[in-house]
Ligand binder design. Structure first.
Ligand SMILES: O=P(O)(O)OC[C@H]1O[C@@H](O)[C@H](O)[C@@H](O)[C@@H]1O
Length: 252
């Protein structure tokens, strides 16, 4: 049904880049945050400044993961370790005081500024697909690492299609491991009361399709908006589409 194997009765959607056009907004906020930090790091250590790569670094170390994991995993790739800090660390820490949490807060402040000024766009094909899934009686949850998921679903009007939500806030509260671990998607399936083999995962991030594969889900749909279908297949997608509307028949 709806382009999926017959045994699939529930759908687990990532948010950024799958339902909403926000993956690039996150990427821009991360790029600005990391570049400011890396510049200060170069000045203080005398090492050469090497900018954050919004394609390679973002896909490999940040995309799809909870905020703090993204900070930690990217900095580790550059041989940098920071203290964890705490959730209320200021977004404008001096270089010497920078923590993982503080850098994450800086990125979030930047992200919210961009969302405030530019708004959030919904992929029309995704809205149509959600509507068709609801009409077909398929169960629907959003499983995102973003702590901003609830607000984004509300401002876009997508909340009405979503029965359950597992997001960055849920993960922190319930100590659930983020993508590429399968745990957040397994929590989404559990919330809908279905076994993983009866659920399909929809993901644009390499860490996300890897989570889908690790969880033994009935289908892992890679959403390829950047021309990287091969990488999505390699990391766990069982099929790849350019847009969710591609899964709807011509009459839909
Ligand atoms: O910083 P937030 O809104 O909690 O989001 C965490 C992560 O959420 C994911 O959905 C995005 O792909 C990442 O880019 C982002 O870093």
């Amino acid at each position: 049904m709806l382009g999926l194997p017959d045994h699939v009765t529930a759908l687990l959607f990532d948010l950024d880049g799958v339902l909403t056009d926000t993956a690039a907004v996150h990427d821009r906020a991360w790029t600005a945050t990391f570049d400011a930090f890396l510049r200060a790091h170069a000045e203080h250590t005398g090492e050469e400044f090497r900018a954050f790569d919004p394609e390679g670094d973002y896909a490999a170390f940040v995309d799809g993961k909870p905020r703090a994991d993204g900070v930690r995993d990217f900095l580790t790739s550059r041989g940098i370790t920071l203290p964890e800090g705490s959730a209320d660390d200021p977004a404008d820490q001096a270089y010497e005081d920078t923590t993982v949490a503080g850098l994450g807060n800086r990125k979030n402040a930047d992200l919210l500024r961009r969302i405030d000024s530019d708004g959030v766009a919904v992929y029309e094909g995704s809205r149509r697909y959600l509507q068709a899934a609801r009409e077909a009686g398929l169960r629907r949850a959003v499983v995102s690492s973003s702590a901003n998921t609830r607000q984004v679903l509300e401002v876009t009007g997508l909340a009405e299609f979503v029965e359950e939500r597992v997001d960055g806030v849920t993960l922190a509260e319930r100590h659930i491991a983020g993508k590429p671990a399968p745990d957040s998607y397994l929590a989404g399936a559990r919330a809908l009361g279905v076994e993983p083999e009866h659920a399909a995962v929809f993901e644009d991030a390499l860490s996300g399709v890897a989570a889908g594969r690790a969880g033994g889900f009935g289908a892992v749909v890679g959403v390829d908006r950047k021309g990287r279908a091969d990488a999505l297949h390699e990391h766990g997608a069982t099929l790849v589409v350019g847009d969710l509307a591609d899964l709807l028949g011509p009459a839909s």
